[in-house]
Design a protein around this ligand. Structure first.
Ligand SMILES: CC(C)(COP(=O)(O)OP(=O)(O)OC[C@H]1O[C@@H](n2cnc3c(N)ncnc32)[C@H](O)[C@@H]1OP(=O)(O)O)[C@@H](O)C(=O)NCCC(=O)NCCS
Length: 359
């Protein structure tokens, strides 16, 4: 049977060089949202932080780089990996949430769009290669892939570049303990419509937005110090609420994605989930298996990068995928032809999405 498949033909990522450990935050005094200093010592806070999130280190970009720069670096690697002529791309979709934010400023810059900047950096001249941005919280890159897939299924594109890039280090409140979660990084893939003999590539997609009580679980808010300038706003979150939301909604969305693909949990070889909190991700997987009345979770099914890379928002999933493909992931993981991978994410909006992909 001849089919037309949506295949990821190349991946790339950019992991910033600057390593920031939990201990490096010892110079920032932490306050709660009422401006009261925590009584615990920095070491106690850092230990607790590691225990509740799994994060030991994260990466920050160097001062001379902005999000579109690192997005272009990841994109170049994905294009090289796919072995395509960049002039033949129909779409460039760039997922991010804060645009380009220069070092030591906290001003978002999205004019022109990051996708146009990435296109410029790649030197692509073809005007029919259309560049647009996606704002969808942390699930932005998966959403970009879903949008590219929709253009392809509609016959409007054959080759798309989907980039994720974020420099959260530029928008965190250094006096908020939760700032330790966030990181910088970029990831990318080339998605192509490829004729095949059997169905592979993207075989299922799921997405949703919860914007009633959940809409402001992640928001922009004033700094935690008493003398913080209220006109300067940072990334803030109701972490516990997000945690509970993710645990109740993400497993169901993942199952629904697998149902749409016509596969079950035993068909899944790897689950690449947004790296927000290790404890939360492990609980989500446990609950996903429970939806299938399964208590045993196969070893190695969920690769993690959060210990050393933190949460780089949109970039966690494509970076993890790229690391596995290149053999540079924290633990050794392999993807073999025919494996079924489940990609999933949750974040600001509140948005959730998932893709079932036959490798
Ligand atoms: C923010 C988050 C790490 C807090 O963890 P939690 O287990 O929910 O924390 P709780 O508020 O229940 O507090 C538990 C303990 O951890 C402490 N704590 C909470 N946040 C902390 C932080 N950032 N650093 C250090 N300690 C922290 C609390 O003071 C409390 O300490 P105690 O046991 O001594 O009283 C967690 O809720 C989380 O990761 N949520 C999801 C956030 C997310 O995914 N954000 C990005 C979306 S893209």
């Amino acid at each position: 049977m001849k089919t037309s498949n949506l295949m990821i033909t190349g991946t790339g990522s950019y992991i910033p060089n600057h390593i920031v450990t939990n201990q490096d935050f010892a110079t920032n005094k932490f306050f709660d949202e009422r401006g009261t200093a925590f009584e615990a010592s920095h070491s106690e806070i850092a230990e607790k932080f590691k225990a509740i999130t799994g994060i030991e280190e994260r990466r920050y970009v160097e001062d001379n780089l902005v999000a579109s720069d690192i997005g272009a670096l990841a994109a170049r690697l994905a294009i090289e990996d796919a072995g395509i002529d960049p002039e033949t791309l129909d779409q460039i979709i760039v997922a991010h949430n804060f645009g380009d934010v220069k070092a030591n400023t906290i001003q978002t810059d999205v004019l022109p769009s990051l996708a146009s900047r990435v296109k410029h950096a790649l030197g692509i001249k073809n005007p029919a290669c259309v560049a647009s941005d996606v704002l969808f919280g942390c699930p932005g890159w998966i959403q970009g892939v879903i949008q590219a897939a929709a253009f392809m299924r509609a016959g409007m594109a054959k080759k798309c570049l989907v980039v994720a890039t974020e420099t959260l280090s530029r928008v965190v409140d250094k006096h908020d303990r939760d700032s330790m979660i966030f990181a910088d990084g970029a990831g990318a893939c080339v998605l192509e419509l490829v004729d095949g003999e059997k169905q592979e590539g993207i075989i299922g997609m799921e997405m949703g937005t919860w914007a009633v009580d959940e809409v402001n679980y992640l928001f922009m808010g004033a700094g935690n110090t008493e003398d913080a300038d209220p006109s300067v706003r940072y990334i803030k979150m109701h972490g516990r609420k997000i945690y509970e939301f993710a645990l109740t909604k993400v497993p169901q969305a993942m199952k629904s994605c697998l149902d749409k693909a016509g596969v079950g949990i035993h068909d899944v070889s790897k689950i690449l989930i947004h790296q927000a909190n290790e404890k939360m991700d492990r609980e989500i997987i446990k609950r996903l298996f429970r939806l299938y009345r399964e208590r045993e979770i196969p070893e190695g099914i969920m690769p993690m990068s959060i210990h050393k890379l933190g949460n780089s928002s949109v970039s966690t999933v494509p970076t993890l995928l790229d690391q596995i493909r290149r053999g540079t992931s924290e633990e050794k993981h392999e993807l073999n032809k025919g494996d079924l991978i489940l990609l999933a994410s949750v974040g600001a909006g509140m948005n959730i999405n998932a893709i079932a992909y036959r490798y």
